[in-house]
Write a protein that binds this ligand. Structure first.
Ligand code: ADP
Ligand code: MG
Length: 324
């Protein structure tokens, strides 16, 4: 069991940013409207994620430490239509197997919360404790027991940059959640839930303003639906500016979607330049397979060509309006 967790950790938990990603997804799945992320030493020394989501009682806390202890798949057929971000029940046992992990959680309505301490895969303590509603994860000494993996990590700065990337992706994927990021005690990102998606992107990519509005942001329109904001093709952007893609709120990498954006911009984007900004795609859960890779960056569409056309046409239309 412990070995299985460590093996899974090798697949799912590559680096500190993978921990942040899994914890953020869980907080979002728990319906949090506010998430604070704190990291120290590039996330190797400490990662702390605090949310105001639904919380867990003692049984939930014990369950979440078990492999496949997910609360998110209730029947087999759910696998075909996965709506939540996480669904494998592998993340927490994996993280716990390669770190010192402390979970503190309290569901609404309970007087006391629960605190559990796991050290390299072993539950060393679980007890009742006063706690705010929601959940708090602390992950310390990441890969302390797997020196090979630890050695594989880059500098603190690089790991920190990866974490910032992940946090920015989720900040854009879930604009209805306040997201705060503190690095070594310094607040470097604070995106309030009152900001619009456009305002969020403008904060993260100030050089890209004014942004080109793409598609139909009206949540009432039935899927498939595409919306987003792109930097104008002539904008001068820092080298790090990139195109962020989301499918049903989940950050993904997808060649087809990127290609569709480039095609929509065709004639305007100078050769050799990459598009920047963000594109959200909302599709029916049954139209997309997110179960391609444990790290879940990749997706597979049932009607890939239709999606390509939807995106490229929306981008082309936006460019057409802008030109006039
Ligand atoms: P998965 O997300 O695939 O279900 P995880 O290992 O990431 O698997 O989490 C296991 C379970 O722990 C979740 O299904 C959920 O019930 C619970 N959980 C984890 N994080 C939180 C959180 N921040 N708030 C509430 N419940 C949580
Ligand atoms: Mg999860």
């Amino acid at each position: 069991e412990h070995l299985a967790n460590q093996i899974a950790a090798g697949e799912v938990i590559e680096r500190p940013a993978s921990v942040v990603k899994e914890l953020l997804e869980n907080s979002l799945d728990a319906g949090a409207t506010r998430i604070e992320i704190e990291i120290e030493g590039g996330g190797i020394r400490l990662i702390r994620v605090i949310d105001n989501g639904e919380g867990m009682d003692e049984d939930d806390v014990l369950l979440c430490l078990e492999r496949h202890g997910t609360s998110k798949i209730r029947e087999d057929r759910d696998l075909a239509a996965i709506a939540t971000l996480g669904f494998r029940g592998e993340a927490l046992p994996s993280i716990g197997s390669v770190s010192h992990m402390t979970i503190t959680s309290r569901p609404a309505g309970a007087d006391l919360g629960t605190e559990a301490v796991v050290a390299y895969g072993k539950l060393v303590k679980i007890h009742a404790i006063g706690a705010a509603q929601g959940t708090r994860f602390e992950v310390a000494h990441l890969f302390g027991n797997t020196p090979a993996r630890r050695k594989f990590l880059r500098t603190v700065r690089t790991e920190q940059a990866h974490i910032e990337e992940v946090v920015k992706n989720y900040a854009l994927g879930s604009p209805e959640t306040t997201i705060v990021l503190r690095v070594d005690g310094r607040e470097i990102l604070h995106l309030d839930r009152t900001l619009s998606l456009q305002q969020r992107l403008a904060r993260l990519m100030p050089a890209a303003v004014p942004l080109l509005g793409v598609g139909d942001p009206d949540a009432g329109t039935p899927p498939p639906r595409v919306f987003g904001y792109l930097a104008l093709p002539e904008a001068t952007l820092p080298a790090a500016a990139r195109l962020r893609l989301f499918v049903n709120g989940r950050a993904v990498r997808d060649r087809m979607m990127t290609h569709a954006v480039i095609e929509g911009l065709r004639g305007f984007l100078m050769k050799g330049r990459n598009p920047a900004g963000m594109i959200h795609l909302i599709v029916a859960a049954a139209e997309v397979d997110v179960n391609v890779h444990p790290a879940k960056h990749e997706v597979r569409f049932r009607h890939s060509r239709d999606i390509h056309l939807l995106i490229s046409e929306a981008v082309a239309r936006a460019m057409g309006h802008y030109q006039q």
